[in-house]
Write a protein that binds this ligand. Sequence first.
Ligand code: HEC
Ligand code: HEC
Length: 278
Amino acid sequence: MRRRNAIKLAAGAFIGGGACVTAMTTAFKTEAQAATPPKKIDFKESKTVWQYHKLNPKKVAKIAYEGYDVGSCMFGVFESIMAELGEQYGEPYASFPSQMMKYGHSGVGGSGTICGTLNGAGAIIGLFVEDKKIQDALMGELFYWYENTEFPIYKPAKPVMDFTPPTSVAHSILCHASTTLWGKASGFRIKSKERKERCRCLTADVAKKTAVLLNKYINNEFVANEHDNETVRGCMTCHGEEGKLGNTAGKMTCTSCHTPSAAHKVFGDAHYKFMDKK
Ligand code: HEC
Ligand code: HEC
């Protein structure tokens, strides 16, 4: 029998037996993982020729907005920072082949996976920050902000179209969820010019946030404090590597795809309490 059916059947028997389910779940309540406290991330100079320099986030946002029409979202974010560094510092930035970042449009080649803006930000962070843990901290901060913020925020001085996009919260880092939820909130179709304008502004928002984070980091002022996702932490208590189940890795918000089943909600704690570590 598949495990998911086992838990549902067990829950059925349990409820059928007339036990006081609420009292039981409370009694067996698993203590959630502790919150991750804010953490100061010390600046470590990159040993490569790829050095980030402090940039004006507003200028970066404008270049990203305009760059969207050249190569879409991932390119827009990446190129906004690279072009501005090239403008101010010349080489090696000026000859970086940013066109390679066009691949990330619409969630990588149109597939709807990770939002291209975040992929572009990750690539920029990866180029200028060597340490993987620091890369993760910067991306964690950015991704959590993306999942929870009402977008778009950017108001172009010279808009490509005369339209102020309504806002929505993506609850996910995926292009698919982000664009679809915006479509539901605004009533516009996915192929519409309005949706493009929304993503154009979003590209500016993410580019700006990325520049702000990198500016803080190289000024040795970056404190990672937006990466503590309470929902994820709750789920990972049992499903994460330290939980007994240890069957899930990831930081993206779980509930954008999973609605914990009723059986799971009612019976999960008690079942978990008595189960062996897998
Ligand atoms: C108290 C521990 C605990 C917590 C917290 C928890 N789970 Fe589970 N979850 C379980 C157990 C136990 C099972 C049954 C797995 C088994 O027996 O192999 C399960 C099964 C699942 C399954 C597969 C079966 C089903 O019922 O759908 C999914 C998906 C899942 N959990 C997602 C989540 C998500 C998402 C969260 C956070 C919102 C979460 N879980 C929080 C203990 C927990
Ligand atoms: C983008 C959608 C998506 C997100 C976000 C997501 N999952 Fe899943 N998850 C899936 C898919 C698809 C499967 C495999 C199909 C299935 O088992 O239903 C799966 C499987 C699982 C299973 C195994 C269920 C089983 O039957 O054994 C668990 C547990 C689980 N996810 C927990 C989580 C947790 C915890 C998070 C948050 C950190 C999370 N998921 C985030 C889509 C997602």
